[in-house]
Design a protein around this ligand. Structure first.
Ligand code: SF4
Length: 204
């Protein structure tokens, strides 16, 4: 089975969609993320199956510039809240919050200066988006051109699916040929956790 643990997030991040790769890279670079970045990323990690205990280990070690005291005061409670471990009865009963869909990420709380949440296909300018894609290993000119056109038409999740299909083209062909994945299962991805699940299935 999958090793969904704090120490394996760096490895697993190769299966993350660009929004979450950007959060992960920002976190590793700065040893910090602002509130909405922590929220978007924590919920995604919860959605891939990281349990509360491991999630706390993950954030504690990622925020290595803060003291234990600071971490406990300023960050621990929010992570527990997201998992429904603390908070009101209804939050606890429902197991906390649900991971954000692309729709929500694309339309709510656009990132301001110094914030890393949101959807890079929408919230980055073209130069920064291209640089980020190249940074995660996407340098194919026709893919980059396609992403540019999708972005111009505001078809952000089509850009995301285009990149997914490029990264997984061999595995997708094989999965279709072998009937492992039906075409319904290969429909457009509209949720970051679906992106992860599909990527992970295809590569493992
Ligand atoms: Fe993330 Fe969705 Fe944007 Fe893809 S389209 S980068 S999964 S928010």
């Amino acid at each position: 089975g999958a090793d969904i643990s704090a120490r394996n997030i760096d490895n697993l991040s190769t299966h993350f969609p660009l929004c979450m790769q950007h959060l992960h890279r920002s976190l590793r670079r700065d040893a910090h993320l602002k509130h909405f970045g922590r929220l978007q990323y924590t919920l995604f990690l919860k959605g891939i199956g990281l349990n509360l205990e491991e999630c706390l280990v993950f954030w504690r070690s990622a925020f290595h510039k803060v003291t234990d005291d600071q971490f406990n005061k300023e960050y621990r409670y929010n992570v527990r809240h997201v998992y429904g471990d603390v908070g009101g009865d209804s939050n606890r009963r429902s197991g906390g919050y649900s991971p954000f869909s692309c729709q929500k990420i694309l339309t709510e709380h656009p990132p301001g200066p110094g914030e890393a949440h949101g959807c890079p296909y929408r919230h980055f300018n073209l130069d920064n988006l291209t640089a980020l894609l190249q940074g995660v290993g996407i340098s194919d000119q026709s893919v980059l051109r396609g992403v540019k056109e999708d972005k111009e038409k505001q078809k952000f999740h089509l850009a995301c699916n285009r990149v997914f299909e490029h990264v997984h083209k061999n595995e997708m062909k094989q999965a279709k040929d072998e009937g492992i994945m039906t075409s319904a299962q290969l429909e457009t991805i509209v949720h970051p956790n679906e992106y992860f699940k599909r990527s992970y299935l295809l590569k493992n």
